[in-house]
Design a protein around this ligand. Structure first.
Ligand SMILES: Nc1nc2c(c(=O)[nH]1)N[C@H]1C(S)=C(S)[C@@H](COP(=O)(O)OP(=O)(O)OC[C@H]3O[C@@H](n4cnc5c(=O)[nH]c(N)nc54)[C@H](O)[C@@H]3O)O[C@H]1N2
Ligand SMILES: Nc1nc2c(c(=O)[nH]1)N[C@H]1C(S)=C(S)[C@@H](COP(=O)(O)OP(=O)(O)OC[C@H]3O[C@@H](n4cnc5c(=O)[nH]c(N)nc54)[C@H](O)[C@@H]3O)O[C@H]1N2
Ligand SMILES: [Mo]
Length: 760
């Protein structure tokens, strides 16, 4: 029933398994979206809210960062977008009484699912040192507490300011401004765990860390390679774009250790054929790669291109690239096929078929997500993808390019606004010029370094603008212990989560408005802006009444915090910013390139595109002034005899650490999350029957081990030698030091594990 959360913790993991599905969306997606929505919001609110998702006068879906098509359907929502909205627009409430009846110790024993199901946070809450329970606190007093702790620090670098990717451009700009005027670049964000590897690889090779394609380009492509991505669950609206591309004649190659239902066949709920008929087959060639084998695959394709007459775009290479000879020397002359087949788990015939499709295509796009970014060698892997596209001139031409598919709905915008621990000097110069203070130049902590700093007592105050830091980060036990060493932890949040109950000596929960809600300040109703995965910026306006009269918006929280902490010394007109967000946008327009005339341009309901030099005019703002080929040795993860490589991934019923339900419909799993998917042959070799229970034990090079107990073995058609289990339950297995080279992203998609039968 809407408005009522379950009393007891409903997580009774009892997985039921029925085997993978072969198509996605269709009617069951709609039925499921409506069921979840009605449970959280009731019938009327469900209808009112879902109709406003991604409409030009509505709010930006808090689900994923996939762009909106120009011609929108009346119901431009997907099942998982609807679930994200329901989660925020729920009628359930967490009131001060809730915290009176539940101690922090009690809450720390609950599952993340249960915590989230309690509903929206309503009142600022404070956990005093030594207290067992949170109690209500005024906003005034909350800001005093934060100011006390921050001014007590020996250096501003003892504070960490984390951001998750739902924060609007306006709030993000103010937040980084505050952190920098306070004196630190300690601005880790969820991007550090997500597309940082893409950003690192793309900045170095094409000069800008963002994708180079628009939605139009996808529709026009001849070949789309979807590598390391599960759009059926995580970017459902991408399936419509792939369907459209196919209707225009495109071919699709899917590279994935798992056969993902959404990429096999799509039943578009917005067409009669999709609802009633068989839908559209999407994948033309499925390359069932071993975890981490992608660099080897793209290197092999590059080798074949380099040794095929007429395969290269020589004019493009000559005019626009740098480093070709050096790369060709490495990739053309030698390729160890035995190693390639071992690393990829593919056959030579499969790679040759892929080559045939590549050669037949004049316009190729590569899309990717976490399957490529969360490995030790992710940066060289993505650079190899860039090499692949450069060889045939597939960057900066319609229907072609790089397409890293972003996660959180404004994660790309947050970075554009300066949420970055290693800001570009030009950005800091612009801040200095605009605001007249000297921002710190020394690099700050990213996510992994922030955890180390907390662990080692070098950071003492942890402030989070959204997110669920302790559950999203690796090495759960280490991270939780690090968090408990802080003197103060503060979370600006919409919903209760585990990070609120694994606290420093003192802790605050600051409840805030969500995307769906009306934001009224002194000057009247406000809107905010976001940037999607393809660099389109547009406005987002909430319509629902706020979940509680005590909520403050994220911009208001930053402004009040900044005034309280920085006082008269601040050179920034915080009050003016809180009064009218247009004043924030005027400053963004002067500081961030591409935002000139921001207020005027964002008045266009369709929004506007940010400049992208490689896409717009084949200019590559790299150190060499050209697109860079890079020649790195091929790497791939290997598991010793009797071990498997484990990837940690999302089920269909979750949004990162927010668990919507216990089913993973497309993978045929119901009513449980503690499952491990293993190839039947591998399982047999390990003596594990389908339905057996096993502990997952990760083995790390320093000899240490980490254990996640009690997973039901599911025989599943994954690539040989590979296993899969859900995040965040398996984060306990990922060592803090197991990160990608250069980007320092936790390597959550290749963890060596041993499966040990669970002893009861
Ligand atoms: N509903 C919903 N939507 C979401 C999210 C959510 O949790 N729920 N999260 C959002 C966020 S923040 C993000 S970053 C995105 C995540 O979107 P995805 O990256 O699609 O998410 P994952 O579940 O991590 O899936 C990784 C995919 O890559 C494959 N894979 C894993 N390792 C490899 C590999 O080595 N090589 C190849 N080729 N494939 C591999 C996996 O089998 C899986 O299909 O989704 C966003 N959208
Ligand atoms: N093992 C493993 N670990 C991973 C990953 C993986 O694939 N495997 N994926 C990584 C990736 S890609 C990412 S992006 C991170 C995600 O890391 P985070 O972004 O930190 O985590 P989320 O679960 O998205 O955060 C959910 C919380 O955000 C808050 N929230 C929701 N909406 C709003 C809002 O509008 N404003 C505010 N202030 N708060 C809000 C709610 O309180 C909710 O509980 O996890 C990473 N961790
Ligand atoms: Mo992400």
């Amino acid at each position: 029933m809407a408005g009522k959360a379950p009393e007891s913790d409903p997580v009774q993991d009892a997985p039921e398994v029925s085997g993978p599905k072969h198509s996605a969306v269709g009617l069951p997606a709609i039925t499921n979206a409506l069921r979840v929505s009605r449970q959280q919001m009731g019938v009327k609110r469900t209808a009112l809210t879902l109709l406003r998702v991604n409409q030009k006068e509505g709010f930006d879906c808090p689900g994923c960062a996939w762009p909106d098509p120009d011609h929108r359907h009346a119901a431009e929502f997907c099942e998982n977008g609807a679930k994200a909205v329901a989660e925020e627009a729920t009628l359930r409430r967490v009131t001060p009484d809730f915290f009176t009846s539940h101690s922090v110790a009690d809450l720390a024993k609950r599952s993340g699912y249960w915590l989230g199901q309690q509903g929206r946070l309503t009142t600022p809450m404070y956990l005093a040192e030594g207290a067992d329970h949170y109690s209500p606190v005024s906003w005034e007093r909350a800001f005093d507490i934060i100011a006390e702790e921050l001014t007590d620090l020996a250096s501003p670098d003892e504070a960490v300011f984390y951001t998750s990717g739902r924060t609007s451009n306006e709030a993000a700009f103010l937040y980084q401004l505050f952190a920098r005027e306070f004196g630190t670049n300690n601005l880790p964000d969820c991007s550090n765990m997500c597309h940082e590897s893409s950003g690192s690889a793309l900045t170095e090779t094409i000069g800008i860390g963002k994708g180079s394609v628009s939605l139009e380009d996808l529709h026009k492509a001849d070949l789309i390679i979807v590598a390391g991505q599960n759009p059926g669950t995580n970017h459902p609206r991408q399936l419509s774009a792939l369907e459209k591309a196919k209707a225009n004649g495109a071919k699709i190659i899917t590279v994935n250790p798992l056969p993902e239902a959404g990429l096999e066949r799509f039943k578009n709920p917005q067409t009669p054929r999709g609802l009633a008929g068989g839908g559209t087959a999407l994948t033309d060639l499925f390359l069932q790669i071993r975890l981490g084998g992608d660099q080897a695959l793209f290197r092999a394709l590059n080798h074949l291109l380099l040794t095929t007459d007429g395969a290269l775009d020589e004019d493009f290479i000559r005019e626009h690239t740098y480093g070709f000879e050096e790369f060709a020397a490495v990739a053309r002359d030698k390729l160890d096929w035995d190693e390639t087949l071992r690393a990829t788990g593919l056959t030579r015939a499969e790679i040759d078929r892929a080559l045939g499709m590549v050669l037949a295509s004049k316009r190729t796009i590569v899309c990717w997500a976490m399957g490529l970014t969360q490995h030790k060698h992710s940066v060289p892997t993505i650079r190899e993808v860039v090499n692949f596209l450069l060889l045939r001139g597939n960057v900066g031409r319609p229907g072609a390019g790089v397409c890293p598919v972003r996660g959180h709905s404004n994660v790309q915008g947050d970075r554009t606004m300066g949420i970055f621990e290693r800001p570009a000097p030009a950005f800091l110069d612009a801040l200095e010029k605009e605001f007249g203070f000297a921002p710190p130049r020394e690099h700050g902590y990213d996510v992994v370094r922030a955890i180390r700093a907390l662990r080692d007592g070098q950071a003492k105050v942890f402030f989070a603008m959204g997110g669920n830091f302790v559950s999203a980060t690796p090495d759960t036990e280490v991270t939780e212990a690090a968090m408990r060493r802080a003197s103060l932890t503060v979370h600006v949040s919409t919903k209760l989560n585990r990070s609120h109950v694994i606290t420093g000596a003192r802790a605050l929960i600051l409840p805030t408005l969500g995307r769906t809600e009306k934001d009224v300040q002194d000057s009247g109703e406000q809107f905010v802006t976001v940037e999607d995965s393809m660099g389109m910026v547009h406005a987002s306006r909430g319509r629902l009444a706020p979940a509680s009269p005590h909520l403050l918006s994220e911009p208001a929280i930053v402004c009040r915090l900044a005034r309280r902490v920085l006082g008269e010394t601040s050179r920034i007109p915080w009050e003016e910013f809180a009064h009218d967000y247009a004043a924030i946008r005027d400053r963004i327009a002067r500081v961030v390139p591409g935002f000139e005339d921001f207020n005027a341009r964002v008045a266009n309901p369709a929004g506007f595109a940010l400049p992208h030099a490689p896409r717009d005019d084949r200019r590559f703002p790299t150190a060499t002034g050209k697109a860079n080929f890079t020649a790195a040795p091929v790497e791939y993860p290997d598991a010793p005899e009797g071990r498997l490589l484990l990837q940690t991934l999302r089920s269909h019923d979750q949004y990162n650490t927010t668990i919507y339900g216990l089913d993973d419909r497309y993978r045929g799993i119901k009513n449980g999350r503690r499952v491990v998917l293993v190839h039947p042959e591998d399982a047999r070799a390990l003596g594990l029957a389908d339905g057996a229970y096993t502990d997952l034990v990760s083995e790390w090079i320093d000899g240490s081990e980490r254990r996640a107990p009690g997973f039901r073995v599911v025989h599943y058609p994954t690539a040989r030698g590979c296993a899969a289990a859900y995040y965040p339950e398996t984060n306990v297995l990922v060592p803090l030091d197991h990160t990608a080279d250069t980007s320092n992203t936790p390597a959550s998609k290749s963890v060596v594990v041993r499966l040990e039968p669970t002893t009861v």
